[in-house]
Design a protein around this ligand. Sequence first.
Ligand SMILES: [Zn+2]
Length: 432
Amino acid sequence: MTTSAPSPIPLGTRAYRGRLLSPLTPEGSRNQGAGLRFIEDALLLVTPDGRILSAGPAATTTFRGPVLDLRPAVLIPGFVDAHLHYPQTRITGSASGPLLDWLERSVFPEEARFDDPAHAAAVASDFTRRMLMAGTTTCAAYSSAHAAATDTLFEALDRAGLRAFAGLTLMDQGCPEPLRLDHREALPAMRDLIQKWHGKGEGRLQFIVTPRFALSCSRPLLEAAAQVAADHQLFVQTHLAESPAEAEAVLRACPWAIDYLDVYDRLGLLGPRSLFAHAIHLSPRAWDRLAEAGARVAHCPDSNFFLDSGRMPIDEPRRRHVPIALGSDVGAGRSFDMRRAMSHAFDSALCLGTRLTPAELFTLATLGGATALDLQGRVGSLDPGKEADFLVVRCPDHITTEEGILAQLAFASDESTIQRVYVRGAQVHPVD
Ligand SMILES: [Zn+2]
């Protein structure tokens, strides 16, 4: 019998048997996928330190220890949710739009409640539980404007075992007084959070610099955000060109900029570690500049529909090789489930005449998200050497083909419960 494991099997290696479906990670860091791999009867071997030792056909994998037989379930990489808002967990479903009215009416009053430690803690545990139930293993989350609530969020993410980027949401204008954070207060607050959390949990947790968007931040605050990101080599996340009214208001507020993206560009917030949510109303010039800078896009089709913000022209970043992640955008998005995001991404592209395949959607929700967050060397696919972030998904046994399983994941997820969730080889859902 041959073995697919290239090296000796360490003591304590665990084995999971099931169907296996995963993107393949190509050579080179900017490519978002080199096709899929489907194995009808696979054995996934995970080392005691949480790495994938091998993922190959059960019949040709030599393993003498106990095997957890999960058939006919499917083993897939964990989902990456590259854009969502922790303090909006409890107002999910309230977003009737348009964007700027919804912020005033629903978002700011709810986010102001996060100065209450009990509220912050209760919502943080809800937030992490709902992500795990949906099979999200990596997220990029906005906190509120409160340093203490952001600390509480990191504690909850750590306790839940999730892989996460999380950031203090920066605002000093255009919002209620309790949510304002002057750049002189924001700087030490960010530095404390970075020191306490960035890189913790063996690199699972990262601080991400999070100016909410151009309208809610003064120039000194945006400059301070850029400085912190540069000093600590951090990712930056913000919103970009979500709604037409927002884009017009930004140009009125920043007449020195040629367009919305140019505001971030001139203030040092556009670069290879910039993650822009939405990116709907951009000119060809802005798309070219975004691509040239090596920035990334978080596509949030559910909230784009719900707030009636417009459709992200997905062919623009695709033809420029801009990494694209999917985001639930809870609470403007209506679900934590990235399979809903896949389905909405299909609808959104179709509105503009592009038909994404289930394989493309699945790759966006896994390896695409990992690539957009520069984690493609660690997670996003079930390749040997990567950290074992994976899901066990129920799939009816009458669905027997790769195409059938992909269609089930992307378009008919009601029947495919997320049975188990693993991050770095540790079972994080369900837990006793
Ligand atoms: Zn958002």
